[in-house]
Design a protein around this ligand. Structure first.
Ligand SMILES: Cc1cc2nc3c(=O)[nH]c(=O)nc-3n(C[C@H](O)[C@H](O)[C@H](O)COP(=O)(O)OP(=O)(O)OC[C@H]3O[C@@H](n4cnc5c(N)ncnc54)[C@H](O)[C@@H]3O)c2cc1C
Length: 605
């Protein structure tokens, strides 16, 4: 089992040198936040991750949560690790100051979250769900609910859960049947939810469930779903957890991976009704839940990065140690010297770095949406339309990134963690090296928070057909501008040409989608995942191209760690040689259409 160490150099390079972290903080009015502070924060997080979370990763795999009389008992050691996480202020890092948060930029928060995800994916799922629940409550709940619940959720004293899925309602939430009946100032919620991550545990003295259910007069379908806040313990007159609410875990799943994360079957209202409070407007719950899901979808992108990085680090350590080559003088050499092992390691390294860059880029857009909105509200207090429009532009870009961050990155994490095993040979298949755990843990990432198919549909449908390609077109233009900048640098001219070709593939795919979707009802559905993967590879090329440009400039000026800067340029070249060409193959598949996909009758399968 190898040690885990957060890749500080790559994170700092991307944040500061490529993406202009300090400028962004200044624009956001966060003058106190700078690169030095960010480094100190990352080092502290890295320490807790390496020393406390990481050693418990294997424990969680072997000793998953159990269900007993008092509910779910989490993996031994998790409660203490979580307590350290809360006591050291990690839960509140990017939280709103109004509720006790530290208001740190999301780009920095994303970097910190990679630490938790790499070091212990099962445990880190708990704060992921809490963060999503906080976002949904902050955006949609009444002031009273916000004031009552957010301070303890932002601090991490209480955790959150997301209760959407039911046996008959998975991807299709229109089929939700849980009910909520009004009673005085609250509702009585009843129904069964399945697959609820961290739906119960003993690490905190309360858990705040966000539950989708239907009011008695609800219209059918997604337009009749409302969102309710259902605490595990009702609050007493002092706002402290008191009486037990009627919300219980009645089973936990046995599963392929993330054994440290309890996946609960939750029963609401078996004893008459769980007391819940409406979040947002009646029948508008799905919109409120989307706030939570979008946050969580980018969070799954970070999980995918985290587990990929851990798998990569372990593969590198093994490849340096494992002797399988014999020189003519009889001395033996390690497998890292074989080109095919290099191919796998370079794929893992270059994809992981591209993923990290895209995640920071998306987080920066969320920071800008927040900052621009706040700044123009400040500068134009009497003109709410201007501030809304300014923030909207960045929010739309962030929304465009979301399915790519979730879908493309989680799909790549499957390949990376599989290579993590392959590099280990037979020892990868054997559990004791730990390589297999990353592969098993990663397998859920393309499924929860909307499967890859759903991400593809979101990108092709709502995010591209929805605005006739406007947001995507502006992104592709930005990528083209970077390619043109690269073309002016002799050593990057070849890469520039490849990036331009990939941008053209993206444009062609978009035009194909826009012109075929209305004529062929299967066109968008059949093309959507390839469309998402294509744009993922193009975005990765954009990030790696910008990284190569920056590394080249810094190298020429003699600034920075020269070995790192050279490695960055080589890694970018590998990405362009081995991963970016996949964009062309995605385009060919998209243009082939859905005919052969749909031609067989169901009986012919
Ligand atoms: C470990 C784990 C943790 C989870 N945590 C939570 C949680 O905390 N809260 C929660 O509410 N849920 C949770 N889930 C549920 C998870 O979000 C769902 O499993 C997921 O949304 C898929 O739903 P499903 O399993 O019913 O699959 P289905 O919807 O039955 O999908 C099966 C297949 O059909 C495809 N498919 C379905 N509909 C479409 C479509 N419209 N277009 C194209 N393809 C489609 C899917 O892509 C998939 O390949 C969790 C699940 C697991 C396994």
């Amino acid at each position: 089992m190898s040690d885990y160490r957060f890749p500080y150099k790559d994170a700092a390079f991307l944040m500061n040198d490529v993406l202009g972290f300090e400028q962004m903080c200044q624009d956001a009015g966060l003058e106190d936040v700078n690169a030095e502070l960010a480094t100190a924060i990352l080092e502290e997080a890295g320490r807790l991750g390496s020393e406390v979370f990481a050693p418990l990763n294997e424990v969680g795999d072997h000793k998953g949560a159990t269900l007993g009389e008092n509910g779910v008992q989490e993996t031994p050691g998790f409660a203490d690790a979580y307590r350290q996480y809360v006591d050291n202020g990690w839960a509140s890092l990017s939280g709103d100051e109004q509720y006790g948060g530290q208001n740190m930029p999301r780009m920095l928060a994303a970097a910190v979250v990679e630490v938790w995800d790499s070091s212990n994916l099962g445990l880190s799922l708990c704060p992921l769900l809490t963060t999503g629940a906080v976002e949904a409550i902050a955006a949609h709940a009444s002031d009273e609910l916000k004031d009552t619940y957010l301070p303890n959720m932002v601090s991490g004293e209480w955790t959150g859960s997301m209760c959407l899925t039911e046996p008959a309602a998975g991807s299709d939430l229109a089929a939700v049947t849980s009910k909520a009946v009004p009673e005085g100032d609250h509702y009585l919620v009843s129904g069964q939810k399945i697959f609820i991550t961290w739906g119960d545990h003993q690490m905190t003295n309360n858990i705040i469930h966000l539950v989708l259910a239907r009011l008695p007069d609800a219209p059918a379908g997604v337009k009749g779903i409302s969102l309710f806040l259902v605490p595990k313990f009702l609050l007493d007159e002092n706002g402290q957890p008191g009486e037990r609410n009627d919300a219980y875990c009645v089973g936990i799943e046995h599963k392929l991976g993330i054994h440290g994360s309890p996946t609960c079957t939750m029963s609401f209202g078996d004893k008459g009704g769980a007391i819940g409070y409406l979040v947002g407007k009646p029948h508008n719950g799905l919109m409120a839940m989307f706030t939570m899901m979008n946050e969580a979808r980018q969070g799954v992108g970070i999980q995918s990065l985290g587990v990929s990085e851990r798998s990569y680090q372990q593969a590198v350590a093994y490849a340096k140690e494992r002797l399988q080559g014999t020189r003519s003088d009889g001395s033996r050499y390690p497998i890292i010297e074989f080109p095919d092992v290099r191919r796998m390691l370079m794929m893992m390294k270059s994809a992981t770095e591209a993923m990290r860059g895209l995640i920071y880029t998306a987080a920066a857009e969320a920071d800008r949406a927040h900052a621009v909105g706040a700044a123009s509200r400040r500068d134009f207090p009497s003109d709410p339309a201007t501030s809304a429009e300014a923030a909207q532009k960045h929010a739309a870009r962030n929304a465009l990134y979301t399915p790519i961050v979730k879908g493309w990155i989680s799909e790549l994490s499957q390949e990376i963690t599989s290579y993590g095993i392959q590099v280990h040979g037979g020892m990868g298949f054997i559990e004791e090296t730990g390589a297999a755990q990353h592969y098993r843990d990663a397998r859920i990432l393309t499924i929860y928070e909307g499967t890859t198919g759903i991400q593809g549909l979101d990108l092709a449908g709502r995010k591209t057909l929805g605005d006739k390609g406007a947001a995507l077109k502006s992104l592709l233009e930005e990528i083209q501008a970077v390619a043109e900048e690269m073309a002016d640098v002799e050593s990057l001219a070849g890469m520039a040409a490849s990036l331009m070709e990939a941008v053209r593939a993206g444009e062609e795919a978009m035009v194909w989608l826009l012109s075929n979707a209305s004529q062929d009802r299967n066109a968008a559905g059949g093309a959507s995942v390839n469309f998402m993967m294509l744009l993922g590879y193009v975005c990765g090329g954009w990030i790696m191209g910008r990284s190569a440009l920056t590394a080249n400039n810094l190298s020429e000026s003699g600034d920075g760690d020269q070995a790192f800067l050279t490695a960055k340029q080589v890694t970018a070249r590998f990405y362009f040689d081995h991963l970016l060409p996949r964009a062309g193959s995605c385009l060919a598949t998209i243009k082939a259409g859905s005919e052969s996909m749909m031609a067989l009758d169901v009986e012919q399968f």
